[in-house]
Design a protein around this ligand. Structure first.
Ligand code: IMP
Ligand code: MG
Length: 190
């Protein structure tokens, strides 16, 4: 087996306990944020920047709820490795290739935890002469913030738990769960 935490006959849900956000709550959140973004940026050049890998599912659902023309690009950063705690060092793994000069940038994130990733990304895009740089996150763990970042579009505020599903992983797994669940501590506390 390529990933040592995974046993192929155990359902994914059995590694989790407690649903933090259901499929229905997530769908409603995407609709609500998509409508706000469509109103706020009407008539303006907008580019959505998805933060890979965790942001892919939210980018897909959010963008389908945006009714104005938008460009999309993808950036990949890494700060965790196989851990549930941020290393604090943000590494750029893949940059965007669409110019953002003269456009409004909206960074689309899965979750904000310490805030380190977002403050790094906000600074990075601010150097590229955009009209503005704002943030849209599906989930927010405000209790864990280490640096203050303004979050203009926040989906669902969640408690300080390590969560998986809806794009979020532990050690590369669980991204395909359609809802947001708490990962059982026994999976990562040995
Ligand atoms: P931050 O830099 O500490 O704000 O962390 C941001 C990134 O860490 C997110 O984009 C996620 O990829 C990851 N992350 C933070 N909390 C969790 C969690 O509870 N589950 C899975 N990934 C998380
Ligand atoms: Mg991640």
């Amino acid at each position: 087996m390529s990933n040592e935490i995974y046993e192929c006959d155990v359902p994914l849900e059995d590694y989790t306990e407690g649903i933090v956000a259901t499929k229905e709550e997530i769908a409603e959140m995407c609709k609500r944020l998509g409508e706000r973004i469509s109103n706020d940026y009407k008539g303006e050049p907008l580019i959505l920047i998805c933060v890979l890998k965790g942001g892919f599912m939210f980018m897909s659902d959010l963008s389908k709820n945006i009714s104005i023309p938008v460009e999309m690009d993808f950036i990949a950063v890494s700060s965790y490795g196989a851990s549930t705690k941020s290393s604090g060092v943000v590494r750029l793994v893949k940059d965007t290739d669409t110019p953002v000069t003269g456009k409004h940038v909206l960074i689309v994130e899965d979750i904000i935890d310490t805030g380190l990733t977002l403050s790094y990304l906000k600074n990075l895009f601010s150097t590229r002469n955009p009209l503005s740089v704002k943030v849209c996150t599906a989930f927010d763990k405000p209790d864990r913030r280490k640096v203050e970042v303004d979050v203009e579009y926040s989906g669902i505020v969640i408690p300080d738990e390590y969560v998986v599903g809806y794009g979020l992983d532990y050690n590369g797994l669980f991204r395909n769960l359609p809802d947001l669940r708490i990962l059982k501590k026994s999976v990562y506390v040995k």
